[in-house]
Design a protein around this ligand. Structure first.
Ligand code: 0RA
Length: 657
């Protein structure tokens, strides 16, 4: 409602029928922003930038723009500038408004005035820059085109200044600059842009779209830094460089990155891969620059072709003995130690799945499969050294798995993960509806004891973890499975694992990691997150994984007590209690190093009571960033890990509240 009255009184004069339609459209965006940008949390705030950047990337992919610059201004407003053709400014023959005004005020107007341009952005983004306009307190656009600089101004989606020419410029100077300030009444949770989040997405875009130069500037003042922070992302090597970057702290098994870049059936297909000496499989897939966390047809095509090509190569290898030649490798075998990026560009992507990040287009499967089949076969034939390194790795993976299979009594292994054999230390809840139930994975017996006493036993289960949790980044799957704590967790969750994983069998819809607020706690939390990220990503995708937030301090005076979750909060409470001067007694500040220091009632009130607790939900929003984080944390380099753990709180970046 507020926007309508603003429109009526706003500059710009008469409003005809078409303007009312426009207002209704943008009003809908302001009423239900989540429908258009997913959420109004930090994630949605950053989405605004990606939306505007996507338009510039499209202009670059069409062959016109070479540079994109994103600037974070001191007030957390953003500008995105490119050197493309400039958004059209001529008046649309039927709509009666300049192209730029249509783009900024009509939902999905993006390609309307330029049907021939091949637009790749879509799906999660691609809702159109008008959505950014609707959700910005203010948005301004400058366009250099046809020897003139044009300007328009909007407030909450409503035109404030009609298109005007500011000045003459040399005709060869063209481009678009969009500046916007997100509306704080919409983005109530946070208005602050995170450098690392933006940098990681822009770096990814530079890898995915070779040749484009993307600059990120941060003009916000920072202690000890006079100059604006700036980083330029630019990858002439595209996906090859992406894979090198992902493998930078891993040991590659062959020097060159294998890559494919071609078009089939109107689908652009790019693949790059390189094996390393680790055990994890790190395969990222993208469709039109969007990370397809849930995979889809393109990924299926890639995986099946990879398995088939490697099996065929082994079959034909005269250098192998007969026994090896007859091996049949599984998908897991051929993906052990694999780092790969698959990027496809599809004209009309169909996104499916829970988070709409799964490609549904059936034609993509066959196109990717046949391209990878042909070109990877050819590559291996032409590069026997690389081929040998790859098949050696895959054969050793298959051998290890087979040996482990034989050594283990299969039926016993199965029953050990069966819910009928629930671990004795699990204090289960009494309700049986999983959607109501939650399980706390608690570090240590003493905290486990407090949690058991403090919990509501009808819906809260407690699983104390006391042994060492294996680092899944450094061990093969069967070794991971032999880890006592991991088996206990899998059994308690009831979902099974790997091929047998079934989210429908989850016994709890909230799995809550609760560890101490110290270095050891951060380490255990990281080990658990790594396990879930690598072995049960579906649990994270379903939104079932959480991190408990126990308080760091108790600030009390007399009968009044407060729980502080940061030093700032602690000081705030201390000042309030101390400054009042009226109450008797002194202000007591107690620091909680471990959960075990809280009594059961305190643990319940501060950390476990659904009415009052704060928890962080773990998301897969940026799997690439998460992968990097885990590499830093779990890889062989000790120093970055030490630094990282000591600055514990950084972890929060990968988590959504
Ligand atoms: C459609 C047509 C043309 C340019 C653009 C869109 C365009 C949009 C954006 C958004 C940000 N930067 C942009 N750069 C270009 C040009 C059509 C023509 O010149 O014939």
């Amino acid at each position: 409602m507020a926007q309508r009255s603003a429109a009526e009184s706003g500059a710009g004069g008469e409003y005809g029928a078409q303007n009312i339609t426009v207002l209704k459209g943008l009003e809908a965006v302001r009423m239900r922003p989540g429908m258009y940008i997913g959420s109004t949390s930090a994630r949605g705030l950053h989405h605004l930038v990606y939306e505007v950047v996507d338009n510039s990337i499209d202009e670059a992919l069409a062959g016109y723009a070479k540079r994109v610059t994103v600037t974070i201004h001191p007030d957390d407003s953003i500008s995105v500038e490119d050197d493309g053709r400039g958004i059209p400014v001529d008046v649309h023959p039927t709509e009666g408004l300049p192209g730029v005004e249509l783009a900024m005020t009509v939902l999905h107007a993006g390609g309307k005035f330029d049907k021939n341009t091949y637009k790749v952005s879509g799906g999660l983004h691609g809702v159109g820059v008008s959505v950014v306009n609707a959700l910005s307190d203010r948005l301004k656009v400058w366009i250099k085109r046809g020897g003139k600089e044009h300007y328009m101004d909007f407030a909450r989606g409503i035109t404030q200044a009609k298109l005007a020419v500011l000045r003459a410029v040399p005709a060869r100077e063209t481009g678009t600059k969009v500046w916007f300030k997100p509306d704080a009444t919409i983005f109530q949770e946070t208005q602050r842009y995170d450098w690392t989040t933006l940098a990681s997405r822009l770096r990814e875009l530079a890898f995915l779209n070779k040749g484009i130069q993307i600059t990120l500037r941060d003009e916000r003042p920072d202690e000890g830094r006079a100059e604006a922070r700036e980083e330029v992302f630019h990858a002439e090597g595209g996906l090859r460089e992406f894979v090198q970057h992902l493998n930078r702290s891993r040991k590659p098994l062959h020097p060159e990155v294998v890559s494919i870049d071609t078009t089939r059936d109107d689908i652009g297909i790019e693949v790059a891969l390189q094996y390393n000496d680790g055990y994890a499989d790190t395969v990222f897939s993208f469709v039109n620059n969007i990370n397809t966390h849930e995979g889809g047809t393109h990924l299926t095509g890639f995986k099946s072709a990879l398995t088939s090509v490697i099996n065929k190569y082994i079959e034909k290898s005269s250098s192998l003995n007969k026994k090896d030649r007859e091996l049949r490798l599984s998908g897991d075998d051929v993906r052990e130690g694999l780092t790969a990026v698959l990027s496809v560009k599809v004209r009309e992507p169909q996104f499916e799945g829970q988070t709409k990040t799964k490609l549904g287009n059936s034609e993509a499967e066959g196109a990717v499969r046949s391209v990878v089949n042909e070109l990877l076969t050819q590559y291996l034939e032409e590069h026997p050294k690389t081929a040998n390194a790859i098949i050696e790795k895959a054969i050793s993976a298959a051998r290890a798995r087979e040996a482990a299979r034989k050594a283990r009594d299969l039926t016993r292994k199965k029953s050990a993960l069966d819910v009928a054999f629930l671990p004795g230390k699990l204090a289960d809840c009494s309700l049986s509806d999983p959607s109501l139930c939650e399980i706390y994975l608690v570090e240590g017996d003493s905290a486990g004891g407090s949690a058991k006493q403090g919990r509501k036993r009808d819906f809260q289960a407690i699983l104390p973890l006391r042994g060492k949790i294996i680092n899944v980044e450094k061990a093969r799957f069967d070794k991971v499975l032999s880890n006592e704590e991991i088996r206990t967790i899998i059994t308690a969750l009831g979902t099974g694992i790997k091929e047998e994983f079934d989210i429908a069998k989850a016994r709890y819809h909230k799995v809550i990691i609760m560890t101490d607020a110290d270095v050891d706690g951060a380490h255990i939390r990281t080990l658990l997150l790594t396990f879930f990220f690598r072995q049960m990503p579906q649990l994270i995708e379903a939104g079932f994984l959480y991190i408990a937030q126990p308080p760091l301090y108790r600030v009390a005076k007399g009968k009044e007590e407060h729980w502080a979750y940061s030093e700032g909060e602690r000081d705030g409470y201390a000042e309030r209690l101390g400054g009042g001067g009226e109450g008797r007694g002194t202000v007591m500040i107690q620091r909680y190093k471990g959960l075990g220091e809280m009594n059961p009632d305190q643990l319940w009130r501060t950390t476990m009571d659904p009415e009052t607790r704060t928890m962080m939900r773990v998301t897969m929003e940026d799997a690439v960033l998460v992968d990097e984080t885990f590499q830093t944390l779990m890889g062989d380099d000790v120093e970055p890990r030490r630094q990282f753990i000591e600055s514990k709180a950084r972890f929060v970046r990968n988590l959504d509240v």
